[in-house]
Design a protein around this ligand. Structure first.
Ligand code: F6R
Length: 610
């Protein structure tokens, strides 16, 4: 939800900031802007729409002398996505500039008080209120660092901010509370940003800032302070192992397509160090010291929630742990009762999702142990959970999540095997079958992906004109049906719903007509016959049907349906190939309709607001 970047050093700041914003654009892309210090003044350039429009504006300006600046790419929260509401925002006397990711909840009361003192506002944003609050502290005689901290103490909500003043033209201040912010340490240059790829070509040495911290960077120095006391703090530097290649498209047309095709490697990476094929054992060192929960409460949002739904039956049948799955935004507001021995398992790719983070904090307040399944190392959830299992998927840039889900499913499946084995309840043969299947899954998937893509293309051409779609499945195919519908909705803007196939007759079947597609997930499992009956009920009402299935179910049984046959894998592992097919179908449908696959409208990656 918005990307921010700040730079001070020896290279031209504006081109660097634009390049960094391009790598943060996945966080928001409805407007953008830069602030740069030149000839003792702060200059601000902003544009509505995609970053290219800001670049067009800058193309005719002389900006090459500026070596300090900051930038912003926006996902609107307060005020429409217009140039006027784009960041950076100036204080009303023009002396300070601020970029902001997050929401200041009590902005209205401060705005009223500032108007009373003669401050003027030209935008609808909470950010403009905050920059004036800082200016007001400065006007009262506080040094800038103190003024910044005082204003932040009055602000409620979530923020990651960068601040500049012409009084210190080669300095950038930044601060965070409940929104991501990192410091990058270079040679004669320093960086702040919402995410590592923004500055990765220039440094891999990173300091993760915590809530309640302010940083001051100059070209040659950096220092982190507590917002509360302004005491300098000691911080640890981390070296990032992955490189920019991992955060670029690598020859694919879209990040989404690249990330779909990365899934075989992602599954293999998630198993690495955890699966001992020779001894047929799974070990999760991150959980070695944690008690095995007697009950599990999985809490997550969106695609990560679907991962939890998919894994719940594995925890129950393999590890004998009663498991429930909840949407984080519901869990956090309903005073959940948590039993002794229960653990909350939060799943989050970004590790920054506001609702999931709030759920984690509620569980911790209730003394309930929290286990995180997370992709981003150093994220808030990774830092605040009692134990973290990293999914090791590498950076996921596409706004629509793909490889993160495969990695979460792999990690959760391994956890269920591990706990089941440790508790001595794992059904006979499961470890053997699961590890055998998992070891061949990446190769299997890699071989299947090109053909799946071609099949997805054909189906997308035939069905992208449908006015609506159902995705229907039973058992472990049901969460994948939810995921298939989510992907189509977010990328193609076609109304799509995921349903448990058995629920159709309880109402949804009323929608069936010749231009309403039903996409059945019916693998060759114990529930196939049931799904087949539901499918025939749709066909009897002239509804078009695609059925995703395995070779054993092909043929006469499904004669009238459009069958999409996937190679068969062992038990729950079928879900991984079905997932790829669904992802590719949604990708190709969106492409067919000419939609912007990597930057769908109204969305942003990393949802750090409620
Ligand atoms: C959908 C998607 C979202 C995220 C959700 C949770 O394609 O990406 O539904 O899955 O916002 O995000 P994380 O996993 O980062 O907590």
């Amino acid at each position: 939800m918005c990307g921010i970047i700040g730079y001070t050093g020896h290279r031209p700041a504006v081109p660097f900031i634009i390049e960094g914003l391009r790598r943060l654009e996945y966080r928001g892309y409805d407007s953008s802007g830069v602030c740069y210090a030149q000839s003792g003044r702060l200059n601000v350039v902003r544009a509505e729409g995609k970053l290219a429009l800001l670049e067009d504006k800058l193309a005719n300006m002389e900006v090459s002398l500026a070596t300090t600046g900051m930038g912003h790419t926006r996902w609107a929260t307060h005020g429409a996505p217009t140039e006027n509401n784009a960041h950076p925002h100036r204080s009303s006397r023009g002396e300070l500039c601020l970029v902001h990711n997050g929401i200041i909840e009590n902005y209205q009361e401060h705005k009223n008080a500032l108007i009373g003192k003669g401050y003027c506002f030209s935008s609808d944003t909470d950010t403009e209120v905050l920059v004036n609050l800082i200016a007001d502290e400065r006007a009262a005689g506080m040094p800038l660092l103190q003024a910044f901290a005082n204003a932040l103490k009055k602000a409620q909500g979530a923020f990651a901010l960068a601040l500049m003043s012409p009084e210190e033209p080669d300095v950038v201040y930044a601060a965070r509370h409940s929104a991501p912010l990192l410091l990058g340490i270079g040679q004669g240059e320093n960086f702040v940003a919402s995410d590592i790829p923004a500055f990765l070509p220039y440094t891999r040495d990173v300091v993760f800032l915590e809530d309640g911290e302010i940083v001051r960077i100059t070209p040659g120095t950096w220092q982190v302070f507590s917002i509360e006391s302004l005491e300098p703090l000691d911080k640890r530097t981390h070296h990032i192992e992955w490189d920019l290649q991992a955060a670029q498209k690598g020859g694919f047309k879209h990040f989404m397509l690249k990330e779909i095709f990365e899934q075989p490697r992602v599954i293999a990476d998630c198993m690495a160090g955890r699966v001992d094929m020779a001894r047929r054992e799974v070990s999760i060192p991150e959980l070695a010291d944690a008690n095995i929960p007697s009950r599990l409460r999985i809490v997550a949002c969106g695609t990560s929630f679907h991962a939890g739904l998919w894994a719940a039956p594995l925890f129950e049948t393999w590890a004998g742990i009663p498991t429930t799955v909840e949407i984080a935004s519901e869990f956090r507001y309903r005073s959940p009762l948590l039993e002794a021995g229960e653990a909350v398992l939060v799943i989050s790719q970004s590790g920054e999702t506001a609702d999931t983070l709030a759920a984690l904090r509620i569980a911790r307040e209730k003394d309930c142990p929290v286990i995180g399944v997370c992709n981003v190392v150093g994220s808030s959830i990774a830092r605040e959970a009692d134990a973290v299992v990293f999914t090791q998927a590498g950076p996921e840039i596409s706004v629509a999540s793909t490889k993160a889900l495969s990695s979460q499913m792999t990690a959760l499946l391994l956890m269920a095997l591990y706990w089941g084995h440790r508790r001595g309840v794992l059904p006979a043969g499961v470890m053997q079958e699961a590890l055998h299947g998992l070891s061949s899954l990446p190769g299997h998937m890699e071989n299947s992906l090109p053909a799946l893509r071609e099949q997805a293309k054909g189906l997308a051409r035939r069905y992208s004109a449908c006015k609506g779609m159902f995705f229907l499945g039973r058992g472990q195919s049901f969460p994948l049906a939810l995921e298939g519908a989510l992907k189509v909705k977010e990328l193609s803007y076609i109304h799509a719903e995921g349903y448990a196939a058995g629920e159709m007759k309880h109402g949804p079947i009323a929608l069936i007509e010749p231009d309403f597609l039903s996409f059945f997930l019916a693998p060759h499992d114990a529930l196939f016959a049931k799904s087949k009956s539901n499918l025939e009920e749709v066909q009897a009402r002239s509804g078009p049907v695609i059925v995703l299935t395995n070779p054993h179910t092909e043929g006469k049984e499904l004669r009238a349906a459009e069958t999409w046959t996937l190679p068969e894998a062992w038990g729950p592992l079928n879900g991984f190939l079905m997932l790829c097919a669904l992802q590719l179908f949604s990708y190709e449908t969106a492409t067919c309709l000419g939609k912007d696959v990597d930057q769908p409208r109204n969305l942003a990656k990393s949802v750090t607001v409620e």
